[in-house]
Design a protein around this ligand. Structure first.
Ligand SMILES: Nc1ncnc2c1ncn2[C@@H]1O[C@H](COP(=O)(O)OP(=O)(O)OP(=O)(O)O)[C@@H](O)[C@H]1O
Length: 200
């Protein structure tokens, strides 16, 4: 996954990304740290193709991101309630991009009874497990976890990360972990990037 020198700002606001370079290898788990408001989530949205860089490009295995079909760059962020359709039962959301296998659902602690529920009938942590499962398709080459487990207790957090890293290794998927939790990054990542140093 190669992100080449790009510039980004919201409207006529200040430049948030300037001359930014990032490269992740398949199977690599990389942490991204930096102070609040510096632009980490903006970077995540650009990587996932939600917003376009003002100048520059995001290239995955030498190609631009596909504009249609399943996105090989999946973003899971802090607020699952904003990432699901409130009018869909969880079963539909779960199967939106692929059909997650039983083993994955079990490792994420997703209970069968939840599948028939609506998003407002689950806790944030329960809902987040669906967002994680949905993102872990074999077609996902790159997962961006932007404060993905911030709202969870330590045990659930460990359970989700265990499941995610196991799947990432199996599928040779790169993972970018964005978090303010330094010890979490130290535990999970092969290397950690400091956003303030990489943004010139
Ligand atoms: N849609 C938007 N329109 C205008 N400005 C925005 C928008 N989204 C974010 N910003 C601004 O861009 C800057 C970077 O925000 P971003 O959310 O990327 O930071 P962050 O490093 O992820 O912060 P945090 O660690 O607090 O989540 C902030 O100054 C923010 O106010």
């Amino acid at each position: 996954m190669k992100l080449k020198i790009f510039f980004f700002r919201y409207g006529k606001g200040p430049w948030i990304l300037e001359d930014y370079d990032l490269e992740l290898k398949s199977g690599e788990v990389v942490g991204l740290s930096g102070p609040s408001g510096i632009g980490k989530s903006t970077l995540a949205r650009i990587l996932a193709g939600y917003v376009l860089p003002y100048k520059g490009s995001v290239r995955l295995q030498g190609k631009d991101l596909p504009r249609k079909g399943f996105n090989p760059v999946q973003l899971v962020f802090q607020h699952p309630e904003k990432a699901v359709n409130p009018r869909w039962q969880l079963e539909k959301t779960l199967n939106e991009g692929w059909t997650p296998d039983e083993e994955l659902l079990e490792s994420l602690g997703i209970e069968k009874a939840w599948l028939k529920r609506w998003p407002n009938e689950l806790s944030g942590g329960e809902l987040q497990r669906f967002c994680v499962a949905r993102a872990l398709s074999p077609a996902t080459r790159f997962l961006i976890a932007d404060e993905m487990t911030t709202m969870l207790d330590a045990i659930t957090q460990a359970q989700l990360w265990h499941a995610v890293l196991e799947r990432a290794e199996k599928n040779n998927m790169a993972v970018l972990v964005i978090s303010h939790d330094g010890p979490l990054l130290e535990r999970l990542c092969h290397r950690i990037i400091d956003f303030t140093r990489t943004n010139h």
